[in-house]
Design a protein around this ligand. Structure first.
Ligand code: IPM
Ligand code: MG
Length: 359
């Protein structure tokens, strides 16, 4: 089969991790007989420098005419002083998510057996961990009305958390469906003891649960969830939550795995899917062979699975990552005594080789 992939490397370590991710994608194509047609586009600071906007119309058109989008990372100190709407994060990343209407952001946190000691938490707490955070991605405080007002003695700043029944229902449906393919346990996280939007969230999720009698649903307040994630993370299977809570909890989940450099993501709506590592552009380590390409490579696995329905190829990529880690290869962020440290390119090469050659 033939698939069109829009590739947006972006800023900082984005290009170097994406180069390894596309190398692995090509290897999967050769092994399983699929053709991935890659078309590159500009996004972020590099796009601003070249065109005057961090999300050029040409990039949006490219994404909309593709079967999936692979994104590196955006942002860096060079563009931090621009007006908000031209900054890579607020001017490109958030509008891209909105434009593609990718309302369900999947952030799996899986502890690879070889990395059970890489977390700052005890081995027994994280060993075998496999959780999936489903974060609502196109609503809530990120997209609600914002404003500033002058008041005597200073200013007043307002952000609004808005959710409609339908916005909650569509992401919750995704989470229930995903839970069905896993351990059939869904924890919906909110702040229903304080926030009205959370009370609506809880009502909608509870109502929807009737359609999924095979999935065990429980509700948890977000502060408690933050605590439970470090106390006993293995109690969770799928965590469903709104945009800001999901932003925070997914970084926390990343630390259970040992490094943000290991965490992939898939952002899904009803059209084109967007795949990106959870980590940022890390300008401080860019170009030094220190970046871990595994988050980007695992994002390719998610693309194969969710956008292209190529489960076998997705598993081949995930198994190749596990095998290379088993052999003791590590990038700087997950290096431990007695292991073999390799650079970004070498890690990508080792994984691609395994994907292509595995029996
Ligand atoms: C993420 C990031 C973004 C977010 C930032 C860069 C706007 O933290 O993808 O988690 O908050 O969504
Ligand atoms: Mg974040």
């Amino acid at each position: 089969m033939r698939f069109r992939v829009a590739v947006l490397p972006g800023d900082g370590i984005g290009p170097e991790v994406i180069a390894q991710a596309t190398r692995v994608l090509a290897a999967a194509g050769r092994r399983f007989g699929h053709e991935f047609q890659l078309r590159e586009g500009l996004i972020g600071g590099i796009a601003y420098d070249a065109t005057g906007h961090p999300l050029p119309q040409a990039t949006l058109d490219l994404c909309r005419s593709s079967d999936a989008v692979l994104l590196g990372a955006v942002g860096g100190p060079k563009w931090d002083k621009l007006p908000v709407h031209l900054r890579p994060e607020a001017g490109a990343l958030l509008p891209l998510r909105k434009a593609l209407d990718v309302y369900a952001n999947l952030r799996p946190a899986v502890v690879f057996p070889a990395l059970a000691d890489a977390s700052t938490l005890k081995r027994e707490v994280v060993e075998g961990l496999d959780i999936l955070v489903v974060r609502e991605l196109t609503g809530g405080l990120y997209f609600g009305e914002k404003r500033r007002e002058e008041i005597p003695g200073g200013q007043r700043a307002v952000d609004t958390m808005v959710y409609t029944t339908e916005e909650i229902r569509r992401v919750a449906r995704r989470a229930f469906e995903l839970a069905r393919t896993r351990k059939k346990k869904l924890t919906s996280v909110d702040k229903a003891n304080v926030l009205e939007s959370s009370r609506l969230w809880r009502e909608v999720v509870t109502e929807l649960a009737k359609d999924y009698p095979d999935v065990e649903l429980n509700h948890m307040l977000v502060d408690n969830c933050a605590m439970q994630l470090v106390r006993n993370p293995k109690q969770f299977d799928v965590i469903l939550t709104e945009n800001l809570f999901g932003d925070i909890l997914s970084d926390q989940a990343a630390q259970l795995v040992g490094s943000l450099g290991m965490l992939p993501s898939a952002s899904l709506g009803d059209g084109v899917g967007l795949y990106e590592p959870v980590h940022g552009s890390a300008p401080d380590i860019a170009g030094r062979q220190l970046a871990n390409p595994i988050a980007a490579i695992l994002s390719v696995a998610l693309m194969l699975r969710y956008s292209f329905g190529l489960e076998e190829a997705a598993l081949a990529v995930e198994r190749a990552v596990a095998a290379v880690l088993e052999e003791g290869y590590r990038t700087a962020d997950i290096m431990e005594p007695g292991r073999k440290q390799v650079g970004t390119t070498e890690m990508g090469r080792l994984i691609a080789e395994k994907v292509e050659k595995a029996a």
